[in-house]
Design a protein around this ligand. Structure first.
Ligand SMILES: NC(=O)c1ccc[n+]([C@@H]2O[C@H](COP(=O)([O-])OP(=O)(O)OC[C@H]3O[C@@H](n4cnc5c(N)ncnc54)[C@H](OP(=O)(O)O)[C@@H]3O)[C@@H](O)[C@H]2O)c1
Length: 246
C-alpha cells in the first residue's frame, strides 16, 4: 500500500508544490484546503498520480473528527501530515496596531487549527509504521531573531502572524515529545522567501541575483522532513535542511 500524506493549503503555492513532490515519490496525497482541490486532484489522477481532495477550513475544528474518520475508512492510517496552510493579513502591523478580531482569527487558522487537526489525526499517525509531521513555520517567528534588535529582518513585522508561528513551533515540540517514544518525528521548517500569493506586497529591488524561490524549491525541506529515516531529527526547526535556533 502507498504511503498516505495529508497536506493543508494544497490548492496553491508551497502546499501544491509539496503535493506534487510527494506524488512524484509515489505517495497518495490528500489535498486539503479551504478552496476546492477537486479538479486539481482529478487532473493529477489523469496524469497517473494518486490524489484525492478534502475541503477543510482550519478555523472550523468541528469537522476534524469527520476528516479523521474518512481517512480511517479509506486508508486505515496516515503516514505524513504537513500543516502548511496559513494566512498573513497583518503585514506591517506591530502588536499595538492589531485589531483583536484579526489577532484571534490568525491564531485560529495558523496555530490552533493545526494543533487540533494534528490532535485529531494522531490516532491514524500512530497506525503508520513511521509517521512524520511537518509544521510550516517562518524565520520571522524565530525567537532568536525577534529578540535581536539588530536582526537584518527586524522590520518584517506582522505581529499576529509572528505570534501564530511561534505557537506553531510550540506545537512542534509538544507533539514531538509526546510521540518520540513511538518513533514519530515532528519538525518545523521555514521555506524561505517564496514567490506565492502570500507575498503580494511590493518587494525591494535586491538586484537580479536575489530572487524569491519557486514553490517547488520552497517545498524542498518539507519533502526531506516528510521522508526522514529513523535516525533523523525530531523537535527541531530547519531552513534549507539546516538547523535553526528557535
Ligand atoms: N511564501 C513565503 O515566502 C513564505 C515564507 C515563510 C513561510 N511561509 C509559510 O509557507 C506556508 C505556505 O505559504 P504560501 O506562501 O504557499 O501561501 P499561499 O500561496 O497563500 O497558500 C496558502 C493556501 O492555504 C489556504 N488557506 C487559507 N486559509 C485557510 C484555512 N482557514 N483553512 C485551510 N486552508 C486555508 C489558502 O487559501 P486562500 O487563498 O483562499 O486563502 C491557500 O490556498 C504557510 O504556512 C506560510 O506561512 C511562506
Amino acid at each position: 500500500m502507498k504511503k498516505v500524506a495529508l497536506v493543508t493549503g494544497a490548492y496553491q503555492g508551497i502546499g501544491r508544490a509539496t503535493c506534487e513532490r510527494l506524488m512524484a515519490q509515489d505517495f497518495h496525497v490528500i489535498m486539503a484546503d479551504i478552496q476546492s482541490c477537486e479538479y486539481l486532484a482529478a487532473d493529477y489522477r489523469t496524469k497517473g498520480f494518486s490524489a484525492t481532495n478534502m475541503r477543510l477550513d482550519l478555523a472550523k475544528s468541528s469537522i476534524f473528527p469527520a476528516i479523521a474518520n474518512s481517512i480511517e475508512q479509506q486508508f486505515g492510517k496516515l503516514d505524513v501530515l504537513i500543516n502548511n496552510a496559513a494566512i498573513l493579513p497583518d503585514m506591517g502591523q506591530h502588536p499595538s496596531d492589531l485589531a483583536e478580531a484579526v489577532y484571534r482569527h490568525v491564531l485560529e487558522v495558523n496555530q490552533i487549527g493545526p494543533f487540533l487537526l494534528t490532535k485529531a489525526l494522531v490516532p491514524l499517525l500512530k497506525k503508520a509504521p513511521s509517521a512524520r509531521i511537518v509544521n510550516v513555520s517562518s524565520q520571522v517567528a524565530q525567537l532568536a531573531q525577534l529578540s535581536d534588535m539588530n536582526s537584518p529582518i527586524k522590520d518584517d513585522v506582522c505581529a499576529a502572524y509572528q505570534a501564530s508561528k511561534i505557537g506553531v513551533n510550540g506545537n512542534t515540540v509538544l507533539f514531538a515529545k509526546e510521540l518520540e517514544p513511538l518513533g514519530i518525528k515532528v519538525n518545523s521548517y521555514c521555506p524561505g522567501w517564496v514567490d506565492t500569493a502570500m507575498n503580494t506586497e511590493e518587494l525591494p529591488d535586491y538586484g537580479e541575483e536575489v530572487r524569491p524561490k519557486t514553490p517547488y524549491e520552497g517545498a524542498d525541506t518539507a519533502i526531506w522532513l516528510a521522508t526522514l529515516d529513523s535516525n533523523g531529527p525530531t523537535a527541531s526547526f530547519f531552513t534549507d535542511r539546516d538547523a535553526l535556533n528557535w
